[in-house]
Write a protein that binds this ligand. Structure first.
Ligand SMILES: [Zn+2]
Length: 165
């Protein structure tokens, strides 16, 4: 009972930090719950509480949560990195995307090269999958079985590269 009544009456993080009474209809209350005081502290430090209040009043109610989330993200990034802020995060991720794109391009180039050098699949599978290697796994790998029990299996369609057997 005590917990529920105290959380019901407790001011939002903004009003608590600013040491003022949190009235019903407080513009900050829906977006700065008392459980997360750091969110308001960051936003207040970087943008200023009155600017944030003005901005919230200028945007439509259904846009306010997104506005607060982006302010909080930018403020946290600026607190962590006073020089680059969120731009530092964006350029770090951009470099990562560039590097991964290069890795992907080179992997695709390797794939194309391997495909060109590949021999026909039936010959390849007889070279790469000698039956004795899989002798102990016959029950798990029906497509490698020495003695096919019937023709309905059709060589095991789910065997990937072993379709030639
Ligand atoms: Zn409030």
């Amino acid at each position: 009972m005590m917990a529920s009544s105290s959380s019901y009456n407790s001011p939002c993080a903004a009003c608590k930090f600013l040491r003022r009474k949190c009235l019903s209809g407080c513009i900050f209350a829906p977006y700065f719950p008392p459980q997360d005081p750091q969110k308001f502290i960051n936003v207040h430090k970087i943008f200023g509480a009155s600017n944030v209040g003005k901005l919230l009043n200028e945007v439509l109610p259904h846009q306010r949560e997104d506005a607060v989330n982006s302010l909080a993200y930018e403020a946290e990034a600026r607190v962590r990195d006073p020089v680059y802020g969120s731009v530092g995060v964006i350029s770090f991720l951009q470099r990562q995307v560039d590097r991964l794109q290069k890795d992907l391009d080179s992997a695709n180039a390797d794939l194309i090269r391997y495909r060109r050098n590949t021999t026909p699949s039936s010959r390849l599978s007889s070279i790469q999958l000698p039956p004795y290697v899989y002798h102990n796994n016959v029950n798990n790998r029906p497509w490698n079985c020495h003695y096919p029990s019937n023709n309905s299996r059709g060589g095991g369609g789910d065997g990937g590269g072993s379709g030639g057997i």
